[in-house]
Design a protein around this ligand. Structure first.
Ligand SMILES: C[S@@+](CC[C@H](N)C(=O)[O-])C[C@H]1O[C@@H](n2cnc3c(N)ncnc32)[C@H](O)[C@@H]1O
Length: 217
């Protein structure tokens, strides 16, 4: 655990815009992020994007059932190497290792071999507030295309991050963040109309975060 914090903090100077957080997420936020996996009553194909040091990955692995399949995609090679070795000690990993797959690279380049029949659950930690509005739009479109029928996406945002951050940003930075907000809201509105949306606030996370679960269709 302390090791997770240290390796996370060590990565910040060289990869801050990709990481977009100061600390790993808490297990309390994790419980909300993995809710669709806990609730499922049929075998799942699960994709986790941006596991970092693995606070959600460990919870997912302990929830895996005999016919589930789990693909882990992380752009940062040092996080992924560390994660692979830390997961080995989990009993859930031992039981399911043949159905757990790793991809080191951006989710935008996820190889065909992992796509299969689509994913039932996508758990994403991508730091959307650090991306351009066009990239965020492209990521949601990509996730929509990767989902199996009836599948859902969970992601999180820090509470108030856009409003609190605005005084410290350049005018163009503030405008970018507002545009990203519009893109996220548009996808949430779409889910509200043609699928479903569920939000949960985790105050026991630093900083507090809202997890959002979207079923788009
Ligand atoms: C906010 S951190 C979250 C880490 C961890 N899930 C947590 O909640 O503590 C975001 C993670 O996304 C990864 N990441 C950023 N862009 C990515 C991309 N295009 N594809 C896959 N992973 C990406 C970063 O390397 C980092 O590990």
């Amino acid at each position: 655990m302390a090791g997770d914090y240290l390796s996370f903090i060590k990565e910040l100077p060289r990869s801050f815009s990709e990481i977009g957080a100061m600390l790993p997420s808490s297990r309390f936020l994790g419980r909300h992020m993995v809710r669709p996996i806990r609730q499922a009553s049929h075998p799942l194909r699960i994709l986790e994007v941006g596991p970092g040091t693995g606070p959600f990955t460990r919870q997912i692995i302990e929830l895996l059932r005999p016919n589930d399949e789990f693909v882990i995609c992380e752009v940062n090679p040092r996080f992924l190497e560390r994660l692979k070795s830390s997961l080995r000690s989990l009993s859930g990993y031992e039981r399911n290792s043949e159905r757990i797959h790793f991809f080191q690279g951006p989710v935008q380049e996820l190889p065909q071999e992992f796509l299969g029949g689509g994913f039932d659950v996508i758990v994403s930690s991508l730091p959307l507030a650090n991306f351009s509005p066009a990239d965020v739009e492209a990521i949601f479109s990509l996730f929509e295309g990767l989902l199996a029928e009836g599948g859902c996406i969970t992601f999180f945002e820090y509470v108030g991050v856009r409003k609190i951050g605005i005084p410290f940003r350049s005018p163009s930075g503030s405008q970018r963040v507002r545009q990203v907000d519009q893109v996220v809201k548009k996808w949430c509105a779409q889910a509200q109309v043609s699928g479903s949306i569920r939000r949960n606030v985790s105050f026991l996370n630093l900083p507090p975060a809202i997890s959002i679960e979207l079923q788009l269709h």
